[in-house]
Write a protein that binds this ligand. Sequence first.
Ligand code: ASP
Length: 341
Amino acid sequence: MVKMKKLLFIALIVFYGCEEAPKQEPTFGIVIHGGAGTILKKNMTPEREAEYRAVLAEAIQVGHQILKAGGSSQEAVEKTIHVMEDSPLFNSGKGAVLNAEGTIELDASFMNGADLNAGAISGVRTVKHPISAAIKVMENSPHVMLSGKGADQFASEQGLEIVSPEYFLTERRINSLKRVQEAAKAKETSWAPEERNFLKNQRYGTVGCVALDLSGNLAAGTSTGGMTNKKWNRIGDAPIIGAGTYANNATCAISATGWGEFFIRSVVAYDISALMEYKGMTIQEAAYEVIHNKMAKLGGDGGVVGIDRNGNPMMEMNTPGMYRAHMDAEGNLEVKIYQDE
Ligand code: ASP
């Protein structure tokens, strides 16, 4: 009898030992940003702060509803970014920053984690929703990246909404450009520290979104006007796959914002994924490593948002603030602006 019990016990151990590790229940989640920089409470009015929080909440809920209904991470990212592209608060779509000629040149990129398919556009002037143009490049062209007039033409041929370049202009950005150009003329020598800070922050407000859907597919998208007073068709990290945007179902989805030149040199978005893939780091560890121990050490600043294949969110920055929000499958919403929130 004792022997029988012993045998039964061993059989049970063998049975449970051989059983596969419990599979993770399908889940979903979404994280967004609206730019990183020297965003300080003392420089913000309560009304302005409330406006930012409201648009962030509105945008993320659009994507959350799509995901909750079983929609794709691609659709969630696209529709969420549309809300921020339409808002004059952010440096993307309407309200984008102006180049040295006083007009806009918009950049955007998108990537799917399921098949590593991607699309990007840079320097467009007439596409109302640049993120959709990036998605069309991915879906309906043999290319990954289109630029300038050709990209505008492609977007129009694809039936995307086309507007005149004036649609994007806002008083706020016109004034910012004036101040930056005056400062450039004065060679910044007579500028007070607050004014220098103002100048340094004229690039911020890029938008981005990452999402995990119920089918386990990750997607990432980023959309920006780039930097105020940019010349020579300068292109930042936002439309560059691997720098500003990256998604891979094996690891995570990432969207970046900040001083683009440093994000390109640090290959920020791909590097985070690679540290997870090859070194087994968590998304949080990988993002910390790349932002603080790599990009910041080169002299850059900015932030990233991400989500991993299990739905764990990440928001990391080396700036005093980043407009950001996260929503999990249960519908818990967090909207944050300052670093120490
Ligand atoms: N990364 C963008 C660029 O360099 C700007 C930003 O994110 O604020 O064009």
